[in-house]
Write a protein that binds this ligand. Structure first.
Ligand code: C2E
Ligand code: MG
Ligand code: MG
Ligand code: MG
Length: 290
């Protein structure tokens, strides 16, 4: 419109929205190819006793390296997969992988609980509970060796159906944790009704410890809530010993975070926690989380 030899840059909100939509579609397309190509992997982050550092469990965290995009963070692609529905396929893959690994640790005599993140859409699929039972049976793994990490948003929704599913999972022995606790809804009534075994304090409240009075107050309240309801409390994102000591003083029982280790490939995980690769029954004595 300006005639030959002219060009203009537009930074209107519409263009940005369009760009964002395009990149989400591209990401979704790339993810759908990544799954059959085997580009996803699981890493495992140790969960340890806050007093003495004993290993109690591991959280499975998905990793993706795309040929063009390079390493893509789950914080970026999981929300896109949730929106498109592809999270259901990803979640199914994650559960199978994590339970196969949990079964190897179990066979090696390692007393570990493996935690798996479950997205709300995945949890709400018809047959979700039956699927978990089936994958547990195929892996030959007791339900007690699996923990599902759920979000608060899931638990405040449609209470009756949710309650039935949670009870069915608990009946399998599966442990249930609330992830990113404190960032969701303020309605706490669901804690009383649902068979939850653990609260995971969100990393955002750990960051400012021990100096920030607001973070300290929130964390203290969560730990007290956990104690009153007989729930375990684990802190995520613990990076310094000052944070760990402060949480220990408040009465939190477990933590995970860079202070101990980031999420690691299985070989590195085994090396870090002292399990000789493939050697059965040489695991150091570790306490079962209850
Ligand atoms: P999340 O479940 O709350 O996982 C904890 C995140 O904090 C992980 O990020 C972990 O690597 C990171 N982290 C752990 N310790 C520290 C620390 O000391 N400092 C800092 N700065 N970060 C720490 P990651 O792996 O990037 O995952 C991000 C989120 O993506 C997860 O948050 C979870 O919501 C989601 N996600 C990851 N894997 C899966 C999966 O298999 N399925 C589903 N549905 N979601 C997943
Ligand atoms: Mg989690
Ligand atoms: Mg979390
Ligand atoms: Mg988190």
């Amino acid at each position: 419109a300006s005639g030959r030899g002219h060009f203009r840059f537009h930074r209107a909100a519409d263009d940005q929205d369009g760009e964002r939509l395009r990149s989400r579609l591209q990401l979704d397309h790339a993810m759908r190819q990544a799954l059959p190509r085997g580009e996803f992997r699981l890493h495992y982050q140790p969960q340890v006793d806050i007093a003495d550092g004993r290993l109690l469990g591991a959280e499975a965290l998905i990793r993706w390296t795309d040929a063009q995009l390079g390493e893509v963070s789950p914080a970026r692609f999981i929300p896109v997969a949730e929106e498109s529905g592809f999270i259901v396929a990803i979640g199914d893959w994650v559960l199978r992988q994590a339970l196969a690994q949990a079964a190897r640790w179990y066979g090696d005599g390692a007393d570990l609980v493996v935690s798996v993140n479950v997205s709300p859409l995945q949890f709400q699929q018809p047959g979700f509970v039956e699927g978990v039972a089936q994958v547990l049976a195929q892996a030959g793994l007791p339900g007690e060796r699996l923990e599902l990490e759920l979000t608060e948003s899931l638990l405040v929704r449609d209470a009756e159906e949710t309650l039935q599913r949670l009870q069915a999972l608990a009946a399998l022995g599966v442990r249930l944790a609330i992830d990113d606790f404190g960032t969701g809804y303020s309605s706490l009534g669901y804690l009383k009704r649902f068979p939850i075994s653990r609260l995971k304090i969100d990393r955002s409240f750990i960051k400012g410890l021990p100096g920030d009075p607001s973070d300290a107050g929130i964390v203290q309240a969560i730990v007290q809530l956990g104690r009153a309801l007989r729930l375990e409390v684990i802190a995520e994102g613990v990076e310094t010993d000052a944070q760990r000591a402060f949480l220990h003083g408040l009465g939190a029982q477990q933590y995970q975070g860079f202070l101990c280790a980031p999420a690691l490939e299985v070989e590195a995980f085994n090396a870090r926690v002292g399990l000789p690769a493939g050697a059965a029954a040489q695991w150091p004595a570790v306490r079962r989380v209850r």
